[in-house]
Design a protein around this ligand. Sequence first.
Ligand SMILES: Cc1cc2nc3c(=O)[nH]c(=O)nc-3n(C[C@H](O)[C@H](O)[C@H](O)COP(=O)(O)OP(=O)(O)OC[C@H]3O[C@@H](n4cnc5c(N)ncnc54)[C@H](O)[C@@H]3O)c2cc1C
Length: 601
Amino acid sequence: MATKSKLIGGAFLLKDTDVADVFIPEEFTDEQRLISETVKDFMIKEVWGLGIARVAGLDAEKDKDLVMDIFKKASALGFCGVSVDEKYGGGGLDFNTSLLFTENLALGFSFATTIGCQTSIGSLPIVWYGTEEQKAKYLPGIASGEKGCSYCLTEPDSGSDANSAKSRAVLNKEGTHYVLNGQKMWITNGGFAEVFTVFAKIENDEKLSAFIVEKSFGGIQTGKEEKKMGIKASSTVPVYFTNCMIPKENLLGERGKGFNMALNILNSGRIKIAAGGVGGMKYGLEKTIEYTTNRIQFEKPISDFGAMKQKLGTIAANLFAIESGVYRVGANVDRKHDELLKAGSSPNDAKINSMREYAIECAILKVQGSEAMCNTGDEAIQMFGGMGYSMETGVEMAYRDARITKIYEGTNEINRMLSLGEFYKRAFVTKEINIKDAAKSVPSAIAQNYNPFGGGYLSTEFEFVNNLKSLFMIITGAAGNKLKEKLVDEQEIVMNLADILAMAFISESAFLRVKKLGQTQGVDKATLDIKTKLAQLYLYDALDVARKAANNAIDSYAKGAEKWILKRLVGKMLRTYNINPKDVRREVADYMIKKKGYHFN
Ligand SMILES: Cc1cc2nc3c(=O)[nH]c(=O)nc-3n(C[C@H](O)[C@H](O)[C@H](O)COP(=O)(O)OP(=O)(O)OC[C@H]3O[C@@H](n4cnc5c(N)ncnc54)[C@H](O)[C@@H]3O)c2cc1C
C-alpha cells in the first residue's frame, strides 16, 4: 500500500512540522558553499570591480558591450546552465542549490536580473515542458550562454491579467508553421535574446499556448531599451511579432495549456525573488555596518546609537526568518521531486509538480522577501544619511533595484491573493485542508488558559506560531462562511488574511530552524542564542502585523456577537509576547556589528 506523502504544500497550517523534516541553511554542504562563494567572488570582481559609481550609472543600451562581456565571463563559469540538466550541457543543480546560487547573484545588482532571467523564466519553460528534441536543440546553447533567452508573457494591455493577451498564432495553409502576430512588453533580456518563449493564443482559443521562437525565424523586432527606475543595466524591451513563422514543432507543451505553464514557471521565479532578497539584505547589512561604524557624529560612531541599532536589528531579524523559509521550501521542492520520480512521474512532470505543490509558500515568500528587501534598501539610505542619497555609495542603486521585486513575477497584491486563492482551492475544492474543524474550534480556543511564561524551551514561541495558524483558519473560515464567494471581491480582507498566513509560515520557519539547531551536536551556544533572538524579534514584529491584519479583517466584515467573540480571540491568541524588543534588537545589532555583518561562527 502506498504511504501518504508528508510533502504537501500548505500542510504547515494543519500540523506541527517535525524538525527532522526541515532543512536549515546551516546544513548546506561544502560543495554548495563553494558554488555560493564562486558566484559571490565573481560579482565582487567583475561587477564591483568596475567601481560602484560606474555600476550605478550603467545603462543597458549604452553599456551593452560591457554587460555582454560580463555575461560571457559568467557563462564561461557555467552560470547560465545551472537549471539545465547535465545531459544538455548544464550544471543540473538541484532546486535548493539553485536558490543559493540566486541568493549570491543578488550581489551583481542589475546583472543578477540578466543571469536570473537566463537561468529561470527564460530557460525553465523548455527545461520543464520541452520534448527531448526541443531540449537537445535549444538547451545546450542556453546553458553555454551562447544564446540569450527570454520569457514573453506581458503585453501593453495584459499585465496581471495575463490570459487576456492579444498575441495570436494561426496555423498556415500548409499546416507547417504558426504565423504569430502581436506585441510583448517589458521583456527582460529581450535586447540580446536569440530564443524567446512566447505566450499567445492559437486562432480563436480562449487560453494561451506557448511557443519557442528563434530570433532567426524573422518577423521579430525589438524596441528601444526602456528607461527605468532601477536595474538599469538589465535589458528590458518591447518585442514585436509580425507574421513571424514558427515551425509547428516549436509549440511548447500542449495547446491551450500556456497560461498554466506561465504560472508554474512563475512559482519558481517567486521564491527566487525571495532568495535574491536574502542576498540583498546580507549585502545591505554589511554595507550599513561598515558605514555606520566609521561615520562619527556627536563624537561617536553612529552605530552606537539605539536608533541605528533598531534598524540593524530589524533587518537582521527579517533576513534570518526569510532565509529560514526560503531554504525550508527549496529542500521540500527537491524532496517532492525525488518522491514523484520514484512514484513513476516523468522527469518533466516531477519538476513541474514539485514546484506546483508549494505555490502557497512561494507566493508568501515572494511578497515577504521583496518587502523586507525594499525596507532594507530604504533603511540603508536612512543610515547613510546624505551619502545614501548620493550615487557614489551604491546604496541608492540598491534601493532602486530592489523596488521592481514587488512588481514583477506577479505584483505583491496578486501574490497575496494567490496565496489565499490556492489555500481556498485546497480547503474547499480538493479538501486537502480541513478548515471546517478549525472554524468549529473557536469556543475551545477562547476557553483555553494561556501561560505567558511558557512550559519549556521555545514552547511560548511555538504556541504563538500555532495561534497564528489557528487564528488564520478561524477568521478565514468564518469570513468564508459569511461572505461565501463574495470574499474574493473583498480584497482588503483577502490582503489581511494573506498577511496572517505569511506571518504564521515565516515565524514557524525561523523557530523550526532554531529548534533544530538546538538539537544539533556541537552548535556554538553564543551563535544559537543570537539566532534564537533573531527569531524572537521576527515573531514580536510578526504578531503586530497579524494583530493589525486580524482586527482589520474582523472589523471589515463581522458584526454583533461574532465580532465580539473574534476580537476577544485575537486579544487572547495574540496577546503580548513577553520580550524586551529594545534590548533584544540592541543585542542582535551589537553581534552583527562585531561580526561586520550577517556572519556566524
Ligand atoms: C523591469 C521589468 C521587467 C519585466 N520583465 C518581464 C519579462 O521578462 N517577461 C514578462 O512577461 N513580463 C515582464 N515584466 C512585466 C511584469 O511582470 C508586469 O509589469 C507585472 O506583471 C504587472 O503588470 P502591469 O505592469 O501590467 O501592471 P497592472 O497589471 O496594470 O497592475 C497595476 C496595479 O494594479 C494592481 N492590480 C492589477 N490587477 C488587479 C486585481 N485583479 N486586483 C487587485 N489589484 C490589481 C496591481 O497589483 C498593481 O498594483 C517586467 C516588468 C518590469 C517593470
